[in-house]
Design a protein around this ligand. Structure first.
Ligand code: ATP
Length: 959
């Protein structure tokens, strides 16, 4: 057996665990040469198609790209070149060799016709110093990564070279970014802002507003110290009860807040310039501002001082925000002393408004008493069912039972409706609300949802029965920070705004509405405006599994009276609360009130049906779409109620199995990042998605509004939206899993984005991205009613057990298209439990215990999270970023949103860097079953930010 010479290093293999029989002299794909043990190697073979800025070279589909492989005899003896041949290409036969430069696109057609590509070059002798030049060329027929392995058999050496080209089409090429990705986070000097020179506030724009002052809830110094010194406050070890309730949750909130403060620090800037803007302002450029990194709005403030000095900082209020620039007003003296050449250090602060709302909510929650907080330990009254005549003729027995209970309830323990996706939880709430509205004249209903999109969804469902409701009785409350343009024009008439800024109407107007719809956090405005506890006879908390307990307490503690009926609906197996501090999440902030209640009911009242209804009939999804989630997450208990038919209108995309509406489109693209934005995108997948949409809508039978695109990364959302703009499809919703929770579309297309094993390992380890988050996976694949299409790299997603199941599910049903599938034995799986470990019974007690195992973390790189950086004004992010200019609500420390994930970025980026530098540590990294493939993929000596190599045959030589 000869000595193999490949382009990866010894070190890298030893880390990966398998060391082939090789010696190393390495030509990197970036063109550089590295010597390993063969310092005086007799031959030098170059690598074709070197990477450009760490990425494979891009070529347009249909165009020929060619590069040379030079084989040089550097020894003093003649060397026999036995053969040069293409060992394999992917797609098959996509590359050819030739002795002459192949005709390129600008050459004449005849030359192209006469060109003869070879798969191997025959033997010859290379004299000392002689170089043979061979051409490798590729004319891609379709978009995606094109790879080729070339074997050079020379003298005693066997040398392998791997070539990569990324084939673009016009759509993907338009999304190309030449902004290199860089993560800068240098250690900055701590900025002491306890004493400062006050700045000049913007004048108040809100004429009316909060009647009640929201306390500051400053973090107590002793608790801050305790948490910053990494000690665990005693209260967190206690069992939650009425006495320690406020202390328990305020401690968790402090942990979260300190985490957020630290994240905000990462945006501090040193030695920067400001410019005088007119007589009034100084302007500061903030890179990343447009992407909300950091998030700053009018009325926030920053601290500034001369670079390097320890002097008292000046406070500067933001009067205007424009693209990447903020316009500031400081104390007059500061303006007078300013020169445009002065250098400053800048510290950003974040707006504590939402945190203060949460503190208030949990403190006030004690007033609710055990009936709401610990209903099983209290002596709640009995539940009577209220007879009713269904307005919606479709509701089933369990749903009808739930409605009857809600109608019969009066001030007893919270009532919980829970069940898997699409089982009609929201529909049950809507029926209950309509029953109350039509039959109980004195009913005032508040409905809260975890995000703006979920709240809008409830409004849309209510409006389906608009013949029953007077529009003037419904009010959709929006945060001031929600962009006017974000709201569906059909809903605007249910909102209150001035100058296109949303507001809370005055109390008198509020009292006239019979049905108010809000997010959890915005509902605090109702109390601030003067609405009393008990005004609402019914408070419905939809998507309650998504809200942390303090968040759920915002509407309850502020507005719930003795007789108020509280109803929660949700599914603990879908997305949970967003918490950035891992420890706080583990200690209880990551568990929803719904989850705790379900557990309590199970523990203390043996699942009393008076308080809990479980729905299992799914009306949303085609049975084929439902089968897998039912089996994976709900113990097969879900009952499919939708017809088993696939519409012929999907013929336009040529489903390989016409009766199976779950299609996996395998594509090997390239995941990239750009600028200082840590979010991933994959332009090849973006183009594929657009292509599928165009095919679907071509005949006119499928409307844009029937289609939803889900992708975990906000940058991918941006890219797909951008690509769709070209084809004018404004009604097509593209968003994160969070933005789709609670929603449905006839057709859902999922773009999984990731195309590099290495990144995915990181995801799995840090619980990032929906590729390795079972709740995200569950939500993503249960949004489609009649057609689900997944566009992704099968070699990557097969690494996660759930995605692999989906992939095999499609393949087994003859519903896979695209690049060759990874062989089943390649399948490797993250650290998730096997299917037999899944809760056999998916009841709530299981959730209690499984939450630690499946602790859900938002992807700070955006994961398409609603809360995540970059996506302008979406959903919760907007909600959380609410800033008020009202004097009484003036933020005490200002700047970015309380929950925006930019706060996590620094920490996570550091973690990521650590992983990239050190490799995932064996005890942390899930076991692998194909080391050589991983060696290729994760440890190949190519620049880290590139593309997939995972389907290159692992064994290079066939001797
Ligand atoms: N009894 C029923 N008969 C027919 N269709 C129903 C019934 N109940 C619900 N649906 C339909 O099923 C779909 C899903 O309902 P809904 O959104 O209320 O479910 P959900 O449980 O709230 O879902 P998710 O968990 O995703 O939020 C909707 O299209 C709804 O109209």
């Amino acid at each position: 057996m000869g000595t193999y010479v490949r382009n990866y290093s010894d070190d890298e293999f030893s880390v990966a665990g398998e060391k082939p029989d090789v010696e190393f002299m390495d030509y990197q794909n970036d063109g550089s040469i590295q010597d390993y043990s063969l310092e005086d190697a007799p031959v030098v073979v170059t690598v074709p198609f070197p990477f450009i800025d760490g990425k494979p070279k891009s070529v347009l589909v249909g165009e020929t790209s060619a590069d040379t492989i030079s084989i040089e005899n550097t020894s003093s003896e003649p060397v026999n070149l036995w053969s040069v041949r293409i060992f394999s290409s992917n797609p098959e036969d996509s590359y050819v060799l030739s002795m002459m430069k192949p005709p390129l696109n600008d050459t004449d057609e005849e030359a192209k016709r006469n060109f003869l590509g070879l798969t191997s070059v025959e033997d010859r002798t290379l004299q000392p110093g002689q170089t043979l030049t061979i051409w490798l060329s590729c004319t891609p027929k379709d978009i995606g990564l094109h790879t080729s392995i070339v074997h050079v058999d020379i003298g005693d050496e066997k040398i392998e070279r791997v070539a990569f080209l990324l084939a673009d089409d016009n759509v993907s090429q338009a999304l190309f970014s030449d902004k290199p990705y860089s993560r800068k986070h240098t250690q900055k000097k701590k900025f002491e802002c306890s004493s400062f020179v006050p700045g000049c506030r913007p004048t108040q724009q809100h004429s009316q507003g909060f009647k009640f002052k929201l306390p500051q809830f400053a973090i107590p110094a002793d608790i801050r110290e305790l948490i910053q010194s990494k000690q665990r406050p005693d209260v967190l070890s206690e069992e939650l009860n009425m006495t320690n309730y406020a202390k328990f949750f305020s401690t968790l909130l402090v942990m979260e807040e300190i985490n957020l403060e630290e994240e905000m620090r990462s945006y501090d800037m040193e030695r920067i310039l400001m410019r005088r803007r007119g007589l009034e302002f100084l302007s500061l450029e903030v890179p990343g501002l447009a992407e909300k990194r950091p998030s700053l709005v009018h009325g926030d403030f920053i601290f500034v001082r001369h670079a390097g000095s320890d002097a008292r900082p000046y406070q500067g209020f933001i009067h205007k925000v424009e693209a990447d620039e903020i316009f500031l007003k400081f104390d007059n003296q500061f303006h007078l002393a300013h020169r445009d050449r002065n250098q400053y250090d800048v510290s950003f602060t974040y707006n504590r408004l939402n945190m203060r709302r949460l503190y208030k909510a949990i403190h006030d929650a004690e007033l609710l008493g055990p009936d709401i907080l610990f209903p099983c330990r209290s002596s709640s009254g009995s539940v009577k069912k209220g007879p009713f005549k269904p307005l919606n003729p479709h509701i089933n027995t369990e749903q009808a039972d739930a409605v009857a209970t809600i109608l019969g309830c009066r001030g007893v323990a919270p009532y919980v409706i829970y069940g898997p996706p699409g089982t009609g939880k929201t529909m049950t709430l809507v029926e209950s609300i309509l029953q109350l509205y039509t039959a109980k004249r004195r009913a005032n209903v508040l409905i809260c949802a975890a995000s703006n999109s979920a709240a809008d969804h409830v409004l849309a469902k209510l409006l389906q029965a608009s013949y029953l409701i007077r529009p003037s009785d419904i009010f959709r409350l929006n945060a001031a920070s929600r962009q006017y343009e974000d709201v569906d024009p059909d809903f605007i008439r249910f909102c209150f705004f001035q100058d296109m800024v949303f507001k809370c109407p005055p109390l008198q107007a509020l009292l006239r509405y019979k049905i108010v719809i809000s997010t959890y956090m915005s509902s605090s405005m109702l109390q601030s405006e003067g609405i009393r506890r008990g005004h609402f006879t019914h408070i419905f908390l939809d998507e309650a599994g998504q809200a942390s307990e303090p968040e759920a307490m915002v509407p309850l503690s502020g507005l719930c009276g003795r007789d108020t009926v509280v109803v929660l609906a949700g599914d603990p197996m879908q997305l949970g609360p967003v918490v950035y501090c891992k420890q706080a999440e583990k200690d209880g902030l990551g568990k929803s009130y719904l989850q705790r209640l379900l557990f309590e009911y199970e523990q203390y009242s043996t699942g009393d049906p008076n308080y809990v209804t479980k729905l299992v009939r799914n009306y949303r999804c085609h049975p084929a779409i439902l089968e897998l989630p039912s089996e994976l997450f709900y113990g097969g208990e879900l009952i499919a109620c939708k017809e088993d038919e696939v519409s012929s209108i999907y013929d336009s995309i040529d489903l390989p199995n016409k009766s199976f509406p779950v299609l996996f489109v395998g594509i090997q693209g390239c995941d990239e990042r750009e600028g200082n934005n840590p979010s991933w995108f994959n332009r090849i997948e973006a183009s594929k998605v657009v292509n599928i949409i165009r095919n679907l809508t071509r005949g006119g039978d499928v409307r844009e509004a029937d289609i939803g695109v889900i992708t975990p990364y906000r940058q991918q959302v941006v890219k797909i939206k951008k690509a769709l703009e070209t084809f004018e499809m404004p009604d097509l919703k593209v968003g994160s899993v969070e933005q789709f929770q609670g929603q449905e579309r006839e057709i859902i297309i999922i773009s999984t984005v990731r195309s590099t094993v290495k990144h995915n390992e990181f995801d799995k380890f840090f619980n990032l991205g929906f590729l390795s988050n079972h709740r995200r996976f569950n939500v993503a694949i249960t949004r489609a009613k009649s057609l689900l299409i997944i566009v992704g790299n099968p070699h990557i997603i097969t690494k996660d057990r759930h995605w692999d199941r989906l992939l095999r599910y499609c393949a087994d049903n003859g519903s896979y298209q695209g690049c060759p599938l990874p062989p089943p034995e390649e399948t490797q799986v993250s650290g998730f439990r096997d299917s037999q470990d899944e809760p056999a019974r998916w009841g709530y007690n299981q959730q209690q215990e499984s939450s630690a195992n499946y602790s859900y973390k938002q992807d700070p790189h955006d994961s398409g999270s609603e809360h995540v950086n970059g996506l302008p004004s979406t959903e919760n992010e907007v909600e959380w970023s609410e800033k008020t200019l009202n004097e009484e609500h003036q933020p005490c420390s200002s700047a970015a949103e309380a929950d925006s994930p930019e706060f996590m970025l620094k920490q996570k980026a550091e973690e990521e860097e650590h992983v990239e530098q050190d490799g995932v540590q064996p005890e942390q990294c899930p076991a692998k079953d194909n080391k050589l493939q991983d060696a290729y993929a994760a440890k190949y000596s190519f620049p880290p930010e590139w593309c997939d190599v995972s389907n290159i045959p692992a064994t290079g030589w066939d001797d």
